[in-house]
Design a protein around this ligand. Structure first.
Ligand SMILES: [Zn+2]
Length: 263
């Protein structure tokens, strides 16, 4: 049954991107999705009060009963310089979804840095080869992207890759099925919602943005506000499908530009 019972889905996965703070360049980062180290520290303190956090990999493997799953997309350098020390200090795991085609380029973590993170217990997973949206690939290109990105990360890191986060959250029909055929067990989407169990092959995630306030995060951790986030996402998703990806990006840039202009 899919009725939206409040508190029914208590576990959520958070989707972070870059962190911003001293000691890490912000080039290549989307300011909308960048969270300051102070915000992130407050989030970790909140998680510690509410059952802790873990990577989806460790939770799915049954090793960590943590209430909240932490994930990072894009492999920004700040994942290594800022997020990793904070996570290790807090004793919290996380999955990092990286693009092999971007690893080691300006603003992104290198293979050596990702290996160091993996050696410290963090989970390195696939975000596709070079961040091309999966909705823009032919079925054959999609298979190649999924297989090539998985095997490259496995070869470079020396650990299995079983989780996939689609770039931009763009999910062609059949993505979960194709991903399974290409060696992945789960797809971590950008659709908001709570996680009921590990049996679902597509797991929702709650996007953490610069504007997210602590009260909203606390609500999510208590199972509140997930339906509203789902509705908002559905409206944006409709805009994406109506305008196409490029039209949507233009609209988004304009709306964010307006939001940032002085009141
Ligand atoms: Zn991404």
């Amino acid at each position: 049954m899919t009725s939206p019972t409040p508190y029914a889905d208590r576990r959520i996965a958070l989707m972070y991107h870059a962190l911003s703070g001293a000691g890490s360049p912000s080039e290549g980062q989307d300011a909308h999705y960048s969270v300051t180290t102070a915000q992130f520290a407050a989030h970790l303190a909140e998680l510690a009060r509410r059952g802790g956090g873990a990577s989806a990999r460790d939770w799915l493997a049954g090793g960590k009963p943590a209430a909240t799953l932490l994930t990072f997309d894009d492999g920004h350098l700040s994942n290594y310089t800022l997020a990793t020390p904070a996570l290790l200090d807090a004793g919290v795991g996380a999955d990092f979804f990286v693009n092999p085609g971007r690893v080691g380029t300006r603003g992104f973590a290198s293979w050596a840095q990702l290996r160091e993170m993996a050696d410290q217990g963090l989970s390195i997973q696939s975000h596709g080869w070079d961040h091309r949206y999966f909705t823009e690939l032919t079925p054959a290109e999609l298979r190649e992207d999924l297989t090539r990105s998985r095997t490259e990360i496995e070869d470079r890191i020396g650990r299995r890759v079983r989780l996939l986060a689609p770039p931009g959250g763009r999910m062609p029909a059949q993505l979960a099925e194709t991903a399974r055929e290409c060696g992945y067990t789960h797809v971590l989407s950008s659709r908001p919602g709570g996680i009921r169990d590990a049996a679902a092959h597509v797991l929702p995630r709650m996007a953490v943005t610069a504007q997210l306030d602590l009260a909203t995060l606390q609500g999510w951790l208590a199972g509140r506000g997930l339906s509203r986030a789902r509705l908002r996402y559905a409206a944006l998703d409709l805009a994406k499908r109506t305008l196409g990806d490029r039209g949507y990006e233009r609209l988004r840039a304009r709306l964010l530009g307006q939001a940032r202009s002085p009141a």
